[in-house]
Design a protein around this ligand. Structure first.
Ligand SMILES: Nc1nc2c(ncn2[C@@H]2O[C@H](COP(=O)(O)OP(=O)(O)OP(=O)(O)O)[C@@H](O)[C@H]2O)c(=O)[nH]1
Ligand SMILES: [Mg+2]
Ligand SMILES: [Zn+2]
Length: 305
């Protein structure tokens, strides 16, 4: 049985030239119709690739074999580069407080990279059952100073989990990102009972994750509310437009917007320059400075090219 009607769908997974596409605008979400799709041969997307999170138009729908062809790509709101995911509304940076141990420089890189996307960013701390209450409060206070109300989770206490779950149900498309072994998939499995995606204990000796999740995949938690699970990785130093960088650190942004500090030069990068009025006594300042310095080198190198 083939139908001629056109429909819209959401790309939930891709492998090679195949895409899994969920029909959208369905009344009955319990019986989600999922199609295995390829891009129609005659269609040229002008070298645009299709990513998980993209909305597409599908045609040549075969209801029996659950196959269809993608005939057009709808306009995207945004595109995250690593991992490649389209139309994200919220980024959840996930780190464990132990196993693997918390690396503040990595947390900062993930946060700033996420902030540069211009969407809402949240920080989740997992495995709090492995640390004392005192240490947990210390970490919450630290991240509050960084500008984040971190959500702390542990497998034994479900209070914070329930708050997080209620929050996720209000967001359109959230992505879980962070290093391997921090518990991203464990959390997703708790959010979607019955999911049972693979998770694995961290290695015994070096307490590092085993790169268990291999694909970017989007899961529906409620009608029109989704979560993307991603493979864990460590964030390498990255380039970000240095003129934007001061706005991505709340400790700097707040001094400028709330306290109204003014430096001598309008585009002050708040390094050790004369005429800089920024109060640099905050924990992340060395991270900020290092990011500016490494990005600046790249910036000038590019200009010379
Ligand atoms: N003690 C403790 N262990 C946890 C907690 N959350 C997850 N774990 C364990 O951490 C290990 C790694 O969890 P995963 O969910 O596979 O981690 P992941 O972030 O998805 O890892 P990748 O897929 O490799 O990126 C598993 O053995 C989990 O049982 C927690 O709150 N407390
Ligand atoms: Mg995983
Ligand atoms: Zn300054």
């Amino acid at each position: 049985m083939k139908t001629k009607s056109k429909c819209f769908g959401l790309v939930t997974k891709k492998y090679n030239e195949f895409f899994l596409v969920d029909l959208i605008n369905q009344e009955n979400y319990e019986n989600q119709i999922r199609f295995l799709c390829k891009v129609k041969k005659s269609i040229n997307f002008k070298d645009q690739l299709i990513y998980v999170g993209d909305e597409v138009e599908i045609d040549h729908i075969d209801l029996r074999s659950k196959r269809a062809l993608i005939t057009s790509l709808l306009k995207r709101k945004n595109l995250l580069i690593r991992p490649s995911v389209a139309n994200i509304s919220n980024i959840y940076i996930i780190f464990s407080v132990e196993e693997p141990e918390l690396n503040l420089s990595q947390v900062n890189r993930f946060l700033i990279s996420a902030e540069s996307m211009g969407v809402e960013v949240s920080l989740v701390l997992t495995k709090c059952d492995l640390i004392s209450e005192k240490r947990r409060l210390f970490l919450l206070d630290k991240f509050a100073q960084w500008g984040y109300k971190a959500i702390s989770l542990d497998l034994k206490n479900s209070n914070n989990f329930n708050t997080l779950l209620a929050e996720l149900k209000k967001k359109k498309c959230s992505i879980f990102m962070g290093p391997s072994g921090v518990g991203k998939t464990t959390l997703l499995n708790m959010i979607i009972p019955g999911l049972q995606n693979s998770t694995a204990p961290v290695s015994n000796k070096i307490k590092r994750g085993k790169n268990t999740t291999r694909n970017v995949e989007l899961f529906s938690i409620l009608n029109r509310s989704y979560i993307v699970d991603t493979p864990g990785f460590n964030m390498q130093p990255f380039d970000v437009d240095i003129r934007l960088l001061p706005n991505l650190y709340s400790e700097i942004f707040k001094q400028v917007t709330e306290k109204g500090i003014k430096c001598k030069f309008r585009n002050c990068l708040h390094l050790d320059d004369e005429g800089c009025n920024l109060d640099k006594s905050f924990e992340r300042y060395p991270f900020y400075k290092e990011m500016i310095e490494s990005s600046k080198i790249h910036y000038y190198q590019n200009q010379e090219d």
